[in-house]
Design a protein around this ligand. Structure first.
Ligand SMILES: Nc1ncnc2c1ncn2[C@@H]1O[C@H](COP(=O)(O)OP(=O)(O)OP(=O)(O)O)[C@@H](O)[C@H]1O
Ligand SMILES: [Mg+2]
Length: 314
């Protein structure tokens, strides 16, 4: 494959795409056959791929989102993604309907009902040569999905040959994380980006020390550990860095991990050492949690710069 001199995209983000339907303010959880009335409802684009793509675009990166939605939702997605400046040329339309997540928020807990819809075609999409070429046209490819070993074996070498760096956040995918065959994928990407629960599934223990040992023993190039309000750490070239997030009034941490990924990739594209890129990542994750939903509070570059100077330079 010819390597374009100037890549048209900074980042291609590929993964499952959802229409999120979020219901809030129920008096109690319904008994079978009962109806309860929500006080609030919002419909929003969802999925880690959408969140990270929007986060990177807000930070000024040229971003292409690659995935599948139902054709009936195209206008909505085009309009909403254009508000963030995310390129939609990598989205394919299916008759199957967009994947749907219904989220029901009670005071202390949230429950999700998910229909995968068009996302069921994602693995097949990633075998299409034109789609792989689309990905290769970016400087960096972020997989917001549990990339199967078989697909990884086919795609990652092609991306590397095309000069792309890569990252992966598989989300809460216990089967993928427990399968030791996927350690090779964690090794082959440039950035492995789990949260604490996902890291524990991968290494089989919950302590930070056990995860660091697992990363080093398995020869991962660079790995992160996202630790919610405690911040995050990174292991790169045998060096451990740890960063605390800025103090914020968190109202909804949905998508904080995806916003974190956007900040980290933004720093990576600027050739920052991973320990420094963690600062951008922690700020993006923290700010994302200051408004309901995953997209509203994603920062623009001036906010990121200002908060970075205030938090990490004093
Ligand atoms: N309450 C909080 N206060 C400040 N920063 C936070 C808070 N929650 C999350 N963050 C920031 O966001 C980052 C990612 O959050 P978290 O560890 O919850 O990821 P996650 O579990 O992958 O999230 P999700 O999958 O819901 O998007 C953290 O490392 C931290 O920097
Ligand atoms: Mg996550």
């Amino acid at each position: 494959m010819a390597i374009p001199h100037v890549k048209p995209w900074d980042v291609a983000v590929v993964g499952e795409i959802f229409a999120d339907h979020v219901f809030t303010g129920f008096p109690h959880w319904p008994r079978p056959g009962e109806e309860v009335i929500a006080q609030g409802y919002v419909r929003e684009l969802g999925g880690g791929s959408v969140n990270t793509a929007c986060g990177l675009s807000r930070l000024g990166r040229r971003v292409r989102l690659v995935g599948l939605i139902g054709d009936a939702d195209f206008d909505w997605f085009e309009h909403r993604l254009s508000e963030f400046g995310v390129g939609i040329g990598g989205i394919r339309l299916e008759h199957d309907g967009t994947g749907i997540t219904v989220s029901v928020s009670m005071r202390d807990d949230r429950t999700f009902f998910t229909y995968p819809g068009a996302n069921r075609g994602l693995a097949e999409l990633l075998t299409v040569p034109a789609v792989i070429s689309d990905l290769a046209a970016a400087r960096h490819v972020h997989f917001a999905m549990p990339l199967s070993r078989e697909l990884a074996t086919g795609i990652l070498p092609v991306l590397r040959a095309a000069g792309c760096s890569t990252s992966i956040d598989v989300g809460h995918s216990p089967e993928w994380l427990r399968d030791t065959a996927n350690i090779a994928t964690c090794r082959e990407v440039d950035l492995f980006l789990p949260n604490a629960a996902e890291a524990a599934l991968a290494c089989g223990e919950t302590s930070v020390e056990a995860y660091v040992a697992w990363v080093l023993d398995n020869g991962l190039a660079r790995a992160v550990l996202k630790r919610g309000a405690e911040g995050a750490l990174a292991i790169a070239g045998g060096v451990l860095s740890s960063v605390a997030p800025p103090m914020v009034d968190a109202v909804d941490t949905t998508g904080a991990g995806d916003a974190f990924n956007a900040g980290l990739i933004d720093g990576w594209l600027d050739d920052e050492p991973l320990g420094r890129a963690l600062e951008r990542a922690c700020i993006c994750g923290a700010l994302c949690s200051t408004a309901p939903g995953a997209l509203e509070a994603l920062p623009h570059p001036p906010q990121l710069r200002t908060l970075r100077e205030q938090t990490y330079r004093s």
